[in-house]
Design a protein around this ligand. Structure first.
Ligand code: KG4
Ligand code: ZN
Length: 347
């Protein structure tokens, strides 16, 4: 009999639930995005997000069960994101997960959201070659991990300031483009010249596997409003906007690709996977597929629905943790920060 796990995700601005069988077959994957609620603030407002999760969580869980054609009694466990994220948001998913686990006497499994992005590679490609290098790039995180085996990961580097998605969101705001910035910069970049503007790539020295994007954002601000940002805001011409968007996107992608290549070579990775909202970016996907120095690596570019936040990756982690007896109890607490890597612990 297949092990069927319900995965619940509410750490940021997606209310999501999914049922996955044996960690490989996605039976349902329901995501409700709150983007329209946060658009006008150009970022996620924690209180607004947690209120919306509260309204949506039960219908979303019900939808995930209906789509999978299952009753809750037929589940084998409930997995829920308990870190990292906004505490008020995490609490909503956790309350739902605990209630279901209690009511139907099911094991409760606490999942690290960033680790779930890293392990999404296994959902997209069950025969993942190890060690596997994984880039997780979203609005809140940008880090690289080496996976030696499922649940055995090491963080190789992380951002020292802004996340890649945050750099795109803030860059888009400076360019007067809508939130979220990643897709709007990607759109605006169409027909733009990637080399029109020479924007900086912070590589942080020849050995570093960390990232830094705040200098790039400041450089864009100075391009727009003069050194020190003392000049008044000016209206950009259409082509100038396209060129700036294309050059800015290229600077972000360049920094990511550069560090991926460096890490893959140094750690002799056999495969490469990307996750998080920024992994949806077509230019990043194109550059990785074309990169000569990554040839020979198994390249796993998960489908869009598995890149951004979803319940399927949480259910996958639930499956892996359940097999190792890494089960939580009702004392499971939300935590704002991620696990640094290493072998998974039960809580
Ligand atoms: O993983 P995600 O959905 O949520 C979290 O932040 O956890 O990632 C959202 C981030 C935002 O910063 C957004 O601008 C970026 O992912 N993003 C993209 C694209 N779609 C979303 N960045 C580049 N290109 C995209 N197509
Ligand atoms: Zn995420």
């Amino acid at each position: 009999m297949a092990l069927r796990i319900l995965g619940i995700e509410t750490s940021c601005d997606e209310t999501a639930a999914a049922v996955v069988a044996d960690g490989t077959r996605v039976l349902s994957n329901v995501v409700h995005s709150q983007i329209h609620l946060h658009e006008r603030w150009r970022g996620v407002v924690p209180e607004v997000a947690s209120r919306s999760h509260t309204m949506r969580i039960l219908p979303i869980v019900q939808q995930a069960l209906d789509d999978a054609g299952m009753a809750p009694q037929e589940l084998d466990a409930i997995a829920v994101t308990h870190r990292p994220g906004m505490i008020g948001c995490l609490l909503v998913g956790m309350a739902a997960a605990k209630a279901l686990a209690l009511r139907f006497s099911l094991p409760l499994i606490g999942v690290d959201h960033v680790q779930a992005h890293v392990h999404t590679a296994l959902l997209a490609e069950p025969n993942l070659r190890m060690p596997s290098l994984s880039l997780v790039a979203s609005g809140g995180h940008t880090a690289m991990y080496l996976m030696r085996a499922p649940l055995d990961t090491e963080r190789l580097g992380t951002t020292r300031d802004d996340a890649a998605g945050e750099a795109l969101d803030k860059g888009a705001a400076l360019l007067g483009l809508p939130y979220p910035g990643g897709p709007s910069i990607e759109n605006a970049a169409q027909g733009g010249n990637r080399r029109a503007f020479d924007l900086p790539r912070s590589l942080l020295g020849p050995d570093s596997l960390d990232f830094s994007f705040s200098g790039l954002k400041t450089s864009l601000l100075y391009r727009l409003r003069g050194p020190g940002a003392t000049e008044p805001e000016r209206q950009l011409g259409e082509q100038e906007l396209r060129d700036l968007a294309a050059s800015y996107q290229e600077a972000v992608v360049d920094a990511l690709v550069h560090k991926i290549v460096r890490a893959a070579e140094r750690h002799e990775a056999q495969s490469l996977c990307i996750g998080g909202g920024v992994a949806r970016n077509a230019r990043l996907r194109e550059r990785l597929a074309a990169e000569r120095r990554l040839r020979g690596l198994q390249l796993v570019l998960p489908p869009m629905a598995l890149c951004s936040d979803n319940g399927a990756m949480i259910a996958l982690m639930g499956f892996l943790q359940l097999q190792r007896g890494l089960i939580a109890d009702m004392a499971l607490e939300p935590t704002a920060t991620p696990q640094a890597g290493g072998k998974a612990k039960s809580r």
